[in-house]
Design a protein around this ligand. Structure first.
Ligand code: NAG
Ligand code: NAG
Ligand code: NAG
Ligand code: NAG
Length: 387
C-alpha cells in the first residue's frame, strides 16, 4: 500500500502540478483533447451538456447545463469574500470581489495544513484514521487518461463529478449521452474503481495521480441523507424504507409502542442510531454498502492515510469546482455547471429545525462520533445544538 508522504511534499506536488514542468505535458494532453473536442463541436455545432441530478442537491431535481469551453477561453473568474479562509461557510456573502482562480490555492493549502495537523492529534486518532482496505478503494474512481482519482462522498454533487470522469475516460463523448442508470453502473460506465486494480497499480496511482473529494457540514450532510433516503425515498431504493428503517426503529425508538404502523423513521431514531458508536456496528454490517450515506468522510475516503491534493467544500463549490478542474489540468475540457443559487449554503435554520426536540445527550453522542469530520475539514462545532 502507498506510504503517506509528509504534507510538505503534498503541497509541493500540487504546486508543481499547477505551475511546474508537469504543466508542459499537461498542455500537450489538453491540446490533443481540445482538438478532439473542437472536431466534436464542429459536428454538433455546439456541445451542450444538460443533465438531471435527482438527489445530489437535497432531493430536488435540477437541470444543469454543461457547456464545453473553447480552448482559448478566458481564465475563469471566481467570486470570493475578502477573507475566505476564515469564513469557510460564507464565501459568497460579504462584499464579493472578482479574484483570479489562483488565489483559491491558498485556501485549499490551508485546508490541507489543518487536515494534517488534526491527523497528527492522537486523541482524535480513532475518528480520523482509516485502513486502506477494499471498502475505501471501492469509493475511489479512476481516470487513467488524465491521472485523476476521485473519492465519492454522497450528497455533495458527486454524480456530476462522476459524469465528468466518465466523459474524460472516453466511454461517452458527452455528459448528456450518459444514461442515468449507467452513471452508477460500474460494469458499463467505463469508470473503474481503484479496488479493481492490483496492489502495485493502486500504489502507483495513489502516489502519482491528482486526488480529490468534496465534503460538507457533517450534520447538514446527515440531514440530507435522512431526507433523501427515508423521507423522499427516491428512485428504486425501497430497502431504505422497508429494511433499514424498521431495523433502526426496532433498536432505537424510545417508545416502542410507536414502532408499529407509525410514519416511518424519525430523525430522532436516526440520530440515536448514528450516535451509538459501538452498538450500531452489528446493524451497519447488515446494511452493507448502504451505510456509505452516513459513514464519516474519514471512513469513506481515509483522508489521513491518502494524501489528497484538494478537498473541496460543498459550501464553496462555486470556487472549488473550477479550482479542482484547473488543478487537475482538465479545465479546458469540461466546466462545472452553474450551481443553483443558495443551494450550497449552510442553512442553520434547517439544522436547528431537524434537531429541535432531540435530547442534548443524543446530539452530543452524535457529535462525538462525527467530531473527526468536523475537525479535519474545519467545520465549527455546532455549539447552538450542544450547549
Ligand atoms: C444551456 O446554455 C445555453 C447557453 O448558455 C442555452 O442556450 C441553452 O438554452 C441552455 N440549455 C438548457 C437546457 O438550459
Ligand atoms: C486534539 O484534539 C482534542 C479534541 O478535539 C483537543 O482537545 C486537543 O487540544 C487537540 N490536541 C492538539 C495538540 O491539538
Ligand atoms: C480507539 O479504539 C480502540 C479500539 O477500538 C480503543 O481501545 C481505544 O480506547 C480508542 N481510543 C480512543 C482515544 O478513543
Ligand atoms: C433554510 O431552511 C429552512 C427550513 O428548512 C427553509 O425554510 C429556508 O428556506 C432555508 N433557507 C435557505 C436560504 O435556503
Amino acid at each position: 500500500m502507498a506510504q503517506r508522504r509528509a504534507p510538505i511534499f503534498k503541497h509541493e506536488r500540487l504546486r508543481q502540478r499547477l505551475h511546474g514542468p508537469m504543466m508542459r505535458r499537461h498542455w500537450l494532453l489538453v491540446g490533443a483533447c481540445g482538438w478532439v473536442l473542437l472536431i466534436l463541436m464542429f459536428v454538433s455545432k455546439f456541445i451542450n451538456f444538460s443533465i438531471r441530478m435527482p438527489d445530489d442537491y437535497g432531493g430536488r431535481a435540477v437541470v444543469l447545463n454543461w457547456t464545453s469551453t473553447s480552448l482559448k477561453s478566458e481564465k475563469p473568474l471566481i467570486q470570493l469574500s475578502q477573507n475566505p479562509a476564515s469564513q469557510p461557510y460564507a464565501a459568497s456573502s460579504g462584499s464579493p470581489t472578482q479574484v483570479e482562480l489562483s488565489d483559491w490555492e491558498s485556501v485549499t493549502v490551508q485546508r490541507l495544513q489543518l487536515l494534517s495537523s488534526i491527523c497528527r492529534n492522537s486523541s482524535l486518532r480513532n475518528l480520523t484514521h482509516t485502513a486502506l482496505r477494499k471498502f475505501v478503494l471501492d469509493r475511489i474512481f479512476v481516470c487513467d487518461k488524465h491521472r485523476i482519482l476521485f473519492c465519492q462522498t454522497p450528497k455533495v454533487g458527486n454524480t456530476q463529478w462522476k459524469k465528468v470522469l466518465i466523459v474524460l475516460n472516453g466511454k461517452f463523448s458527452k455528459v448528456e449521452d450518459i444514461p442515468e442508470n449507467v452513471v452508477h453502473d460500474h460494469e458499463r460506465n467505463g469508470l473503474p474503481r481503484l479496488s479493481s486494480m492490483s496492489d502495485a497499480e493502486v500504489a502507483e496511482r495513489l502516489n502519482t495521480y491528482f486526488k480529490f473529494f468534496i465534503v460538507r457540514d457533517p450534520f447538514e450532510r446527515l440531514i440530507s441523507a435522512f431526507k433523501d433516503k427515508f423521507m423522499e425515498n427516491p428512485r428504486f431504493e425501497p430497502w431504505y424504507k422497508h429494511s433499514i428503517a424498521p431495523a433502526i426503529i426496532r433498536k432505537y425508538r424510545k417508545n416502542h409502542r410507536d414502532a408499529s404502523g407509525s410514519a416511518g423513521l424519525h430523525f430522532e431514531d436516526f440520530v440515536r442510531y448514528l450516535g451509538d458508536e459501538s452498538g450500531r456496528k452489528h446493524l451497519d454490517r447488515q446494511f452493507g454498502e448502504h451505510v456509505i450515506h452516513w459513514l464519516t468522510y474519514a471512513e469513506l475516503c481515509a483522508p489521513c492515510d491518502i494524501s489528497y491534493d484538494v478537498i473541496g467544500h460543498h459550501e464553496t463549490l462555486e470556487q472549488d469546482a473550477p479550482y479542482i478542474l484547473k488543478a487537475a489540468g482538465i479545465e479546458d475540457l469540461v466546466s462545472y455547471p452553474s450551481i443553483p443559487k443558495g443551494i450550497t449554503r449552510y442553512n442553520r435554520t434547517k439544522v436547528e429545525r431537524y434537531f429541535s426536540g432531540i435530547s442534548k445527550r443524543d446530539i452530543r453522542r452524535l457529535y462525538a462520533c462525527y467530531q473527526g469530520d468536523f475537525s479535519l475539514f474545519g467545520y465549527h462545532r455546532p455549539d447552538f445544538l450542544l450547549d
